[in-house]
Design a protein. Structure first.
Length: 201
C-alpha cells in the first residue's frame, strides 16, 4: 500500500525521457492473519500509515487492507514490518488499484468525450447538449445510452506497470506511467502473477 504524491519525468538507462509517478511507501505492518483452520481462508491483514504510540498499541494505521495468500507458508509473522525494498525492485511488473478522482455530475462532453454542436445558426444554449436520445422503433431510450451522470469516484485498476526505481531510505517508489486517484490517495500495488512465477515467489 502506497500513497500517490505527484507525477514527474525521469531519464531511463537509454536516455529516453519517461513519465513516472512518485509514491510514498508508508510503514506497513502485519495487523492480523487469516488461516483456514480459524477463518476458512488464507489472508494477511496489513495496515499502513504513520507510527503513533497509544496506550493500547504502538501503531495506529491510516488504512487497513486484507490480501489473499495462496500458501500458508507465505504468511508473515504478526506485527512484522514490511519495507518497500523487501517487496519491490526496479523492473518489476505490477498492477495498481485505487479510487479515481470524483468529478460529480458531468455532461456527455466531459464524461464520454462527445464533440460540441455548431455554435452558429442561432444556437443559444445547446452547444454541449447530447442531442436526440430516442429511437423510433422501440419508442424509448435504449439501456446503456451514453448520457450525463455521475463521473469518477470508482475503483480502477491499471495493469502492466513497471517499477522505475526504489528508494529504501526515503521509502519512495517511482512507477512508470500514470496511476488512478488524486494526490495523497491510497493505492494497492500487487505484483502480477506472471512476474511472481518468473521470480519463483
Amino acid at each position: 500500500m502506497v500513497k500517490k504524491l505527484e507525477m514527474m519525468q525521469r531519464y531511463d538507462q537509454d536516455g529516453v525521457l519517461v513519465p513516472v509517478t512518485l509514491c510514498q511507501a508508508a510503514p506497513c505492518f502485519v495487523l492480523g492473519l487469516r488461516t483456514i483452520k480459524k477463518d476458512g481462508y488464507l489472508a494477511v491483514q496489513l495496515g499502513a500509515g504513520k507510527r503513533r504510540k497509544t496506550k493500547k498499541t504502538k501503531f495506529v494505521p491510516e488504512i487497513i487492507k486484507e490480501i489473499r495468500v495462496d500458501d500458508e507458508k507465505d504468511l508473515p509473522k504478526l506485527e512484522q514490518e514490511i519495507s518497500v525494498d523487501q517487496v519491490f525492485s526496479p523492473g518489476l511488473i505490477l498492477k495498481a488499484t485505487g479510487v479515481s478522482k470524483g468529478r460529480g455530475f458531468s455532461g456527455v462532453i466531459k464524461r464520454w468525450g462527445f464533440h460540441s454542436q455548431p455554435a452558429t445558426h442561432g444556437q443559444s444554449d445547446r452547444e454541449r447538449a447530447p442531442g436526440a436520445i430516442g429511437a423510433q422503433t422501440p419508442g424509448r431510450v435504449i439501456k446503456g445510452k451514453k448520457m450525463p451522470g455521475h463521473y469518477g469516484n470508482t475503483k480502477k485498476t491499471i495493469k502492466n506497470l513497471k517499477v522505475f526505481s526504489v528508494d529504501a531510505k526515503r521509502e519512495e517508489i517511482l512507477i512508470k506511467g500514470a496511476l488512478p486517484g488524486p494526490r495523497h490517495g491510497w493505492l494497492m500495488l500487487v505484483v502480477s502473477s506472471s512476474q511472481r512465477a518468473k521470480n519463483g515467489c
